[in-house]
Ligand binder design. Sequence first.
Ligand SMILES: NC(=[NH2+])NCCC[C@H](N)C(=O)O
Length: 203
Amino acid sequence: MSFIGILILQFFALIIPGPDFLLVSRTGITDSKVAVCQVVAGICTGALIWMILSILGLHILFQTYPVVNQLVMLGGACYLMVLAYGIAVQSNQEVAEVKKIQGQFYFLKGLMCNLSNPKAIIYFASIFSALPLGSDITNILIIITLLLIESFVCFVGLGILFSHSTIKRTYYQYTKKIDIVSSFIFVFFALLLLIKFFVSLDL
Ligand SMILES: NC(=[NH2+])NCCC[C@H](N)C(=O)O
């Protein structure tokens, strides 16, 4: 596959709503643009970690020892539940209080959210094996850089889109309802991971 082909594929992977997408759009609505950049930097660091692990061949470890994959899925599901719980608690607090509690953890939130999905390692492994002219180191470095830039630009763009005043106004009008819906969506993603976990147990 050509570099352009890989970037187009990655674009669709980015914009399909998932935990990263939800976290970025939410941060855009409820927080500052700086917070969006920090969350996205965390997500991109997570993506970089998955890329490095897949280059090191750890996807083979995941396939050979499914228990490693299962543990990450379980941990990921728990983390998404924690995110959902955080939003649910937040919906019962005043905005000023919430700001105080959230503190500086945006980067970590983005990082953990991205790492919650172990499927990423298989995804990146297949991308690296589909590289044009084989997987030599220059090609891999180029594609890693391009994928990270694309993820950063698309997600920051998404966060800024959601930080638009009209969307913010709507949010402050329906804060509680939107918080509850987004917390349910995080629970939904966590349940998907849990279902995959139980299916992989092959009971
Ligand atoms: N940096 C990445 N490649 N992230 C993958 C994002 C996957 C999916 N769109 C989500 O929002 O969860």
